[in-house]
Write a protein that binds this ligand. Structure first.
Ligand code: SAH
Ligand code: F3S
Length: 450
């Protein structure tokens, strides 16, 4: 009998998608997937290295898994996959002797044979090689995290080399999947009953497939906006996409959203800073004016589009005046949601050489000030939803109350509501009666839309 495998996933949606693919391949090769590390013969940690804290968490976790041995059971075989694996490579074996296997970000297809080599007695098995031609992207529905919402990678890697960011090193160069393959996957998911598709990639709007096959019938100024139209044409109820890179954000994306109601009313467009000086040092390829022009296209759309963003505070050399520029930009953009990060130095990035000049205390102060500003803006935006209807995909029972269900709106807001016999997987209108800073609350609107 083959071994049981447990994959624990850290980090972004790309890692979630890789875990689903890895599990599909392992099951095909005869392995059984289990729901916890305690019952597994093989534990794979699918890791994130975007900030130092995420990376430290992995090494703590390896220590815990190592101790899962008991008098009746050997400790599980331990493998590290994902971004830490790709970046740290063989040094992981030196730092964590309990690790048996290191699986790079492009070896997702080869895991079963790597596990076999370890089981045959080989020490320190490692695969940091490139992807092979004809690679299988198939994900079995049984391995998907949700039976209603599916992540579909459209582009991998990143060519942008923002000076703070490790992703181009851990994930390699941009590589787009063919449109035909993407559309076929979306159609399969739709036939299986999936209600919502997230097209994912570090920069979805830099999508550039080798051939236009599959996109011919669709107009659009960029391959990505044509792909959006092609995917919308599958008739899938809800289609979301993230992340958009500001420099490549063509207004035709907004036109596509206006043409197809099943393209959801949400754009995630990370700005990172509001200071032109800092944006330049970050090598983002856009200044604040370029960014605000994109925002203008989104805000003046005929649809009310939600806008969210990421910001780093305390980038090397960020002065109080730069931070003030960021505060000003956030006031101007009126984001529906904002992820704020304190700058974290990453080995091997250009910014590693910049003097990390902002003290930890100052980073915290700026983080909290920005968070407070965002909360006041967001409260106002959320209050505006009271009395309005939003379309919600019901996901599960609310953790707070057994009488309530929870889900996301098309505009990516958490919506809780009185359950009234509704079931997970349904899409329904909720009339909002209460707004909290990070969620909405309401009742199911039974009567049809006016
Ligand atoms: N492709 C996306 C970002 C990927 S990383 C983009 O276009 O921006 C996700 C977020 O993590 C980034 O948007 C950034 O805000 C944050 N991040 C990345 N590297 C970081 C670092 N070294 N320190 C702090 N935050 C970082
Ligand atoms: Fe990172 Fe910039 Fe690419 S933030 S993922 S290098 S666009």
């Amino acid at each position: 009998m083959k071994s049981t495998v447990y994959i624990e996933t850290f980090g972004c949606q790309m890692n979630v998608a890789d875990t689903e693919r890895a599990a599909t391949g392992l099951r095909k090769a005869g392995y059984e997937m289990t729901a916890s590390a305690e019952t597994a013969d093989v534990v794979l940690l699918n890791t994130c290295s975007v900030r130092e804290r995420a990376e430290r968490k992995i090494f703590r976790r390896i220590g815990e898994v190592r101790k899962l041995a008991s008098p009746t059971r050997k400790r599980p075989l331990i493998g590290v996959m994902g971004c830490v694996a790709q970046l740290e490579g063989p040094s992981i074996f030196r730092n964590s002797p309990a690790v048996d296997l290191v699986i790079g970000t492009r070896a997702t297809d080869r895991i079963s044979s790597l596990i076999e080599r370890v089981q045959d007695g080989e020490k320190s098995v490692i695969d940091l090689e490139e992807r092979q031609e004809g690679e299988v992207w198939d994900v079995s529905p049984a391995e998907r995290r949700s039976p209603y919402v599916a992540f579909v990678p459209i582009i991998e890697g990143c060519n942008k080399f923002c000076s703070f960011c490790i992703v181009p090193y851990s994930r390699g160069r941009e590589k787009s999947r063919s449109a035909q393959e993407i559309v076929a996957e979306v159609l399969r998911l739709r036939a299986l009953g999936y209600k919502e598709i997230h097209l994912i990639g570090q920069n979805v709007n830099s999508y550039r497939p080798k051939s236009q096959a599959g996109l011919e019938p669709y107009g659009g100024a960029t391959p990505f906006s044509r792909l959006l139209r092609a995917v919308a044409d599958t008739g899938t109820e809800r289609i979301k996409f993230m992340t958009s890179f500001p420099r490549d954000f063509h207004p035709d994306i907004v036109s596509a959203l206006e043409e197809f109601p099943n393209l959801c009313d949400w754009v995630h467009l990370p700005v990172q800073s509001g200071s032109d000086r800092v944006l330049k040092a970050m090598r983002r390829g856009h200044n604040s004016e370029d960014y605000l022009r994109r925002v203008e296209a989104i805000k003046t759309s005929t649809r009310r589009l939600s806008l969210t963003s990421d910001i780093i505070v305390g980038f090397p050399g960020e002065l109080e005046a730069d931070f003030e520029d960021t505060m000003r930009l956030v006031r101007a953009c009126e984001y529906d949601g904002l992820f704020i990060f304190k700058y974290s130095k990453r080995k091997g990035t250009p910014a590693e050489k910049f003097e990390d000049s902002v003290t930890e205390a100052e980073k915290t102060r700026r983080f909290l000030a920005l968070e407070e500003l965002q909360e006041s803006i967001q409260s106002r935006i959320y209050r505006d939803y009271v009395g309005r209807r939003v379309s919600v995909l019901v996901e599960r029972q609310s953790a707070r109350s057994a009488e309530d269900m929870t889900g996301h709106s098309t505009c990516q807001k958490v919506v809780n509501f009185r359950s009234e016999g509704t079931a997970a997987g349904e899409i329904l209108d909720v009339l909002i009666s209460q707004a909290k800073p990070y969620s909405l609350y309401g009742e199911v609107a039974r009567e049809s839309r006016p």
